[in-house]
Design a protein around this ligand. Structure first.
Ligand SMILES: [Zn+2]
Length: 323
């Protein structure tokens, strides 16, 4: 769906054929995968720092914008540089978000768009304040565009059918929202950045899919599914601290990692978890093993990234250059 995904090669088609017809099907919470092409991402090479898409200068301060527009469910990066800056924050889509300082490299800020945000042009204001107490606002406009989301029909086994319940889902979102509302005003990820929790893992069900469960309940897919086998270890995408671990109705045994600056990642449906709340973890540390707990139609791994309270496309986030 996104530019992130490589075009199918002949080899890919052969592999797809083999995986679909000859190997046992790995079930997902997506049930019937209508994803056009499973994709394997190469994440071992560092992402080169891109040129900003726009540079705005005002009274000696420069705002670099690293995106031309933002699709529903996408994340964007902003950078402010200049003399004697004490701090900065963005105001975008009713979110006020603090920037974080980088040594000798000004201040960076992340903006995110909910998958349900109406596509149109919005104001983006960046408030910058200085050591002498003065402040100024640099303003621009951002186009939010419609995301490319597929439709999926999911059939749950009778013993899990009760989980196709909007109230159970609402309660779980409220619980998650409380976890994500903690804003840690520093960057907890390190220079190794973010990686897939299952290196070389094949992506199956995409972020943002419109889903119908058992013909009764409509919802959205808030993460990406990665093909995995029962008991396979799952690693932290980046360093941070464990914000939550426990059992949830839909996500099953879950680990939530706080990466700082409003970024969280979640790891779901585990059979066992190997970390405790409050623990500091490093990038690549094993958090748990693949299971079949929660609202699943078989063992698989569901991975989410949250930026400023919005579930975002974790693959787009992974492939975006970040300081
Ligand atoms: Zn999923």
């Amino acid at each position: 769906m996104h530019l992130a995904l490589k075009r199918t090669t002949l080899l890919g088609l052969v592999a797809l054929f083999i995986s679909m017809y000859l190997l046992p099907v790995t079930a997902q919470d997506g049930g019937n995968p209508t994803m056009p092409t499973p994709a394997v991402l190469a994440t071992s090479t560092p992402i080169p720092r891109p040129q900003p898409a726009a540079v705005l200068s005002q009274n000696g301060t420069t705002l670099e914008v690293y995106f031309t527009s933002l699709a529903q469910g996408n994340t964007g990066l902003l950078h402010v540089t200049g003399a004697n800056i004490a701090g900065a924050k963005s105001s975008f889509l009713d979110n006020l978000v603090d920037f974080f300082p980088m040594p000798d490299d000004g201040f960076y800020g992340l903006v995110s768009v909910s998958m349900e945000q109406t596509a149109r042009n919005y104001n983006l204001d960046v408030l910058v304040w200085y050591e002498d107490g003065t402040r100024q606002t640099i303003s621009t406009k951002v186009d939010v565009t419609i995301g490319t989301f597929i439709k999926q029909v999911v059939t749950l086994a009778p013993d899990k059918a009760y989980l196709a319940d909007p109230e159970i889902e609402r309660n779980e979102f409220a619980k998650l929202e409380a976890i994500f509302s903690t804003f840690t005003p520093e960057r907890l990820w390190d220079s190794s950045g973010f990686q897939l929790p299952i290196p070389g893992g094949e992506l199956t069900s995409p972020f943002g899919a419109f889903r119908n469960f058992n013909g009764t309940m409509d919802t959205r897919h808030t993460g990406w599914d990665i093909k995995a086998t029962l008991g396979q270890p799952v690693m932290a995408s980046a360093s941070g601290t464990v914000a939550y671990t426990g059992l949830m109705d839909i996500r099953g045994n879950i680990v939530v990692v706080n990466h700082g600056m409003g970024v969280f990642s979640t790891y779901n449906h585990f059979s066992q978890t190997h970390v405790t709340r409050g623990q500091s973890i490093s990038a690549g540390q094993v958090l748990g093993v693949v299971g079949n707990t929660g609202r699943t139609s078989g063992p698989h791994f569901h991975w989410e990234i949250i930026v400023n309270g919005n579930f975002v496309d974790s693959i787009q986030f992974l492939q975006m250059w970040k300081p």
